[in-house]
Design a protein around this ligand. Structure first.
Ligand code: MRU
Length: 400
């Protein structure tokens, strides 16, 4: 068991974007195939692909996919082509607002489109090949950065270290290897990880579904806790360091990450525990002076009003099978349910799969669901990057 055996998060295959569907992990290892750029946008918005560097890769592949699928519609790279491409790049770049990696990588490919339209030497097919290659470079650079920052991070810790992490800043959140979990994997490879506390990370449970799955897979000793147990384990002396990822780090070092990170940083300070942000240079945004300028994504209240359950089932008898067959003959079937719950059934292989949502709150309760918060730089012990372990004061110079 090793991190190296984890599946790739997202890849290009047969003219489509393939990804592990993270909404279904850990119960199912479905691969989602997007054959249109709109499909990639849906995957980003619904968190089938998530985590700052991974949505950056999805953004790059999404732009490349549009150029691939539309190459036959355009005779040449002209003003019409550019106008259409700009609309697509904007749609992709701003599909989610908080992680800077998404606009960064979509705009990296946009810049190539602009350049090639201006010089007019390539055909639309040749441009699409160039962009697929560039999207691969985005992913290769991300993996290399994560491995490097992991190695820098491992130097910080002596044996045996007890970590706490929040959300999933693992291989699944990146092209491969991970940021916060990259540090933990590299430290584990050196035999220096005693324990990892995994915050469950309500409401979407990236910790309990994804980080727990990754660490089990990689053979790292870990235990799951609810988010509200972090203070207890810190108070008991069971945490030596907190390491989390980031979605955007500003020029002054303020860092946006999954909701709940800010509270953890305050808890760590109170308990005298170092609090590290692990992030590649692509997550730093020097155009924003402070975290006040970061747009925080507010997601649908359904995420906190209930729980989502996905699974598969085999029909128990030919009669049941025939009934489900009939129900799903025209595609996914919505099953009527009481009390606001809902369930959809689809055919899957020889059996059936379901996605269900069960309401756990009173019908008309009002919810507020910010997906990220900003941890002020004063709570951050250091930034573990592929350019070294930085202090807030180093960021402006090192991340230029
Ligand atoms: O909403 P998500 O799951 O995309 O949020 C992900 C996080 O907040 C991660 O910690 C962050 O993107 C770093 S991923 C290396």
């Amino acid at each position: 068991m090793s991190v190296e055996q984890l599946p790739r998060t997202i890849w290009w295959e047969d003219g489509s974007v393939h990804m592990i569907d993270q909404t279904r992990l850990p119960l199912q290892g479905d691969v989602l195939v997007c054959s249109t750029y709109e499909g990639v946008i849906v995957a980003i918005k619904t968190l089938a692909v998530r985590g700052a560097p991974a949505i950056g890769a999805a953004g790059a592949l999404g732009v490349a996919l549009w150029t691939h699928t539309t190459a036959a519609e355009f005779d040449q790279l002209d003003g019409d082509y550019l106008a259409a491409a700009q609309v697509v790049c904007d749609e992709i770049a701003y599909a989610r607002p908080t992680a800077v990696n998404l606009p960064r990588e979509a705009n990296r490919l946009r810049a190539i489109i602009e350049e090639q339209v201006a010089c007019g030497e390539l055909t639309p097919v040749q441009l699409s090949e160039l962009l697929v290659t560039e999207a691969h470079k985005v992913m290769e650079e991300d993996e290399a950065a994560n491995r490097k920052l992991g190695a820098y991070g491992a130097e910080l810790f002596d044996s045996p270290t007890k970590f706490l992490t929040h959300c999933n800043a693992g291989s699944l959140a990146t092209s491969f290897y991970g940021t916060a979990l990259g540090v933990i994997y590299a430290t584990h490879e050196q035999g220096k990880v005693e324990h990892v506390w995994i915050d469950e990370t309500r409401p979407v449970n990236q910790g309990s579904r994804l980080t727990a799955w990754e660490l089990l897979f990689a053979g790292v000793p870990a235990q799951l806790i609810c988010d509200n147990m972090a203070a207890f384990v810190m108070g008991e002396g069971l945490v030596d360091a907190v390491v989390v990822g980031a979605d955007r780090v500003c020029a002054n070092g303020d860092a946006a990450n999954k909701i709940g990170t800010y509270g953890l940083a305050i808890l760590a300070k109170e308990h005298g525990i170092p609090f590290y942000i692990a992030a590649p240079s692509t997550t730093f945004d020097l155009s924003l002076a402070t975290g006040r300028e970061i747009e925080i994504e507010v997601r649908d209240s359904e995420e906190i009003e209930g729980v989502t359950v996905s699974g598969t089932f085999d029909a128990s008898s030919p009669a049941v099978s025939a009934a489900f067959d009939k129900m799903t003959a025209d595609g996914p079937a919505d099953l009527p349910m009481s009390k606001g719950h809902h369930m959809q059934i689809v055919r899957k292989g020889g059996g059936f799969a379901f996605d269900a949502w069960f309401k756990t709150t009173p019908t008309h309760v009002s919810c507020f669901n910010p997906a990220f918060d900003v941890t002020p730089a004063k709570y951050i012990t250091g930034y573990i990057t592929e350019r070294g372990v930085l202090q807030a004061d180093d960021i402006a110079e090192v991340m230029q």
